[in-house]
Write a protein that binds this ligand. Structure first.
Ligand code: MN
Length: 189
């Protein structure tokens, strides 16, 4: 039962997320078309069930909404993971998409850190800096360590390959099968 439901309300953004790490449908509505496409990509390839609705001040720009979705999704992942007993802990993926390639490693360590190597331009409703800010904020709030190496020419391909690579690596890392907490410390946090 690795599920969580988290709500976050500020004067800038309202977010509601339900996640089921062990599967289910997905339905994403953030008011930001490209961001929806990326979150749906994450849900599709990670296999997690995801209901996500966000309404933010996108008349200002996309920053607040992307940031608050990252905070809330991070908290939902952290809550759903619980004590992380029996999970594989590590996962990795190399995903090409035409001109682009994303290499991603995940450690569900309990410590949030996003290690990004590369640079990416912007697409219509998501800037390159907000793309990086999303992953950084997600990692810190979920307590996961993600390494992402990114190359390519087309920003849409580069971002999409990244979300796919993260999804596949994450799916592998959260897979259950062991009996213990995979750490010499005895805890993952
Ligand atoms: Mn696409």
């Amino acid at each position: 039962m690795r599920k969580a439901r988290i709500e976050r309300k500020t004067r800038e953004v309202e977010v509601e997320i339900s996640i089921d790490l062990d599967g289910g449908d997905y339905e994403v509505d953030t008011g930001i078309p490209f961001f929806n496409h990326m979150l749906e990509t994450f849900a599709e390839h990670s296999g997690v069930g995801l209901k996500l609705k966000a309404r933010g001040d996108i008349e200002v720009d996309e920053h607040h909404t992307i940031e608050d979705v990252a905070i809330t999704l991070g908290e939902a992942i952290k809550t759903a993971l619980g004590d992380k007993k029996g999970i594989a802990r590590f996962g990795d993926a190399i995903i090409p998409m035409d001109d682009a390639v994303a290499l991603c490693g995940v450690d569900v360590s309990g410590r949030g850190y996003f290690n990004f190597e590369g640079s990416v331009g912007s697409v219509k409703s998501m800037s390159g800096e907000n793309f990086v800010h999303f992953f950084d904020t997600l990692c810190r709030n979920a307590g996961i360590n993600v390494y992402l190496q990114l190359k390519g020419m087309n920003a849409h391909h580069m971002m999409e390959a990244s979300f796919k690579a993260f999804a596949i690596a994450f799916r592998e890392a959260i897979e259950e099968g062991g009996k213990n907490i995979r750490s010499t410390k005895g805890v993952l946090d």
